[in-house]
Design a protein around this ligand. Structure first.
Ligand code: ZN
Length: 288
């Protein structure tokens, strides 16, 4: 049995425990990750809910890897830290996150590039804002496995909802991940992504296509358009039941284009209208 467990650990540098919190937003539930071994002890990423059976499973997975010594949080959404306080109370180990502004219960802040020894490998924190300003991905450097939190999703789509979400930052974060030699991506929701390169390219292309659709739709409203007027045009391919969610992503696209000087806002918060910026005499910013 012990021998078997050792073998398993050599094949699989992490244990995945699925949290019992399935929903429209979380898919099958949050993937909680336990990694490490006897030499360094274990750490857990994203203990999602306070539920006895689930937390017992997480603790058992940690014990098989030398015992949990740290709790890491990818970002401050409840389905990623919901079990952290209970786990900390049980084990007496610290909670680490990018910032206390993002995760109020964090004991320690993890800056971009921070490295933690896990078994014979090293886990590197990578600040990847976009879905949320405090988002961290974690790269297992030796094996090229990326624990991606909510930056990518194995199922469904990643919500970019301003003000905590930022479309420009999101695209920059995805491009940053493209620079890494990745073997696989373990998202917080849904199955493992085995083709990181094409998946990242697909994510970037998808957002840029939407952006182009936003620009095309704005072209039909020379006097400006509200978000409510733009949603059915830009998201004609998406079920109307999801249009409230789509409005958030659309706003994120508009804010990015505004930052780039390509669209302009008119009117007050009651009747906010968006219009393409006239580009005569200017060179349109490239997007290399
Ligand atoms: Zn999230």
């Amino acid at each position: 049995m012990e021998q078997e467990q050792k073998l398993q650990q050599e094949e699989q540098p992490y244990t995945l425990v699925l949290a019992p919190n399935p929903s429209v937003m979380t898919g099958p539930g949050t993937n909680t990750i336990v990694l490490g071994d006897e030499t360094t002890g274990a750490l857990v990423i994203d203990p999602a809910v306070e539920e006895a059976d689930y937390l017992a499973q997480v603790i058992a997975a940690g014990e098989a890897r030398g015992g949990i010594r740290r709790i890491l949080i990818t970002h401050g959404h409840p389905d990623h830290y919901g079990g952290a306080a209970a786990l900390r109370a049980r084990l007496g180990v610290p909670v680490l996150a990018f910032s206390r502004a993002g995760v109020a219960l964090a004991d320690e802040e993890l800056e971009d590039g921070a490295r933690l020894a896990v078994g014979r490998d090293t886990l590197r924190a990578i600040h990847t804002p976009g879905h949320r300003f405090d988002h961290l991905c974690f790269l297992l450097e030796g094996t090229g496995i990326l624990f991606a939190g909510d930056l990518l999703a194995g199922v469904g789509t990643v919500v970019i909802a301003p003000p905590e979400g930022d479309m420009g930052a999101y695209l920059t974060s995805l491009r940053r991940l493209q620079q890494l030699a990745l073997r696989s991506i373990v998202p917080a929701h849904g199955p493992v992504i085995l083709d990181p390169g094409s998946k990242l390219a697909e994510y970037i292309d998808h957002r840029l296509l939407r952006e182009q659709q936003v620009i095309t739709a704005l072209g039909q409203f020379p006097q400006g358009a509200t978000v409510g007027e733009l949603v059915p045009q830009v998201y004609a391919d998406v079920s109307p039941t999801l249009h409230a969610l789509a409005a958030q992503s659309l706003t994120a696209h508009l804010l990015k284009l505004e930052q780039e000087g390509r669209v302009r806002r008119h009117g007050g918060s009651e009747d906010e209208r968006w219009r393409l910026e006239r580009l005569e005499g200017r060179v349109e910013p490239g997007r290399s």
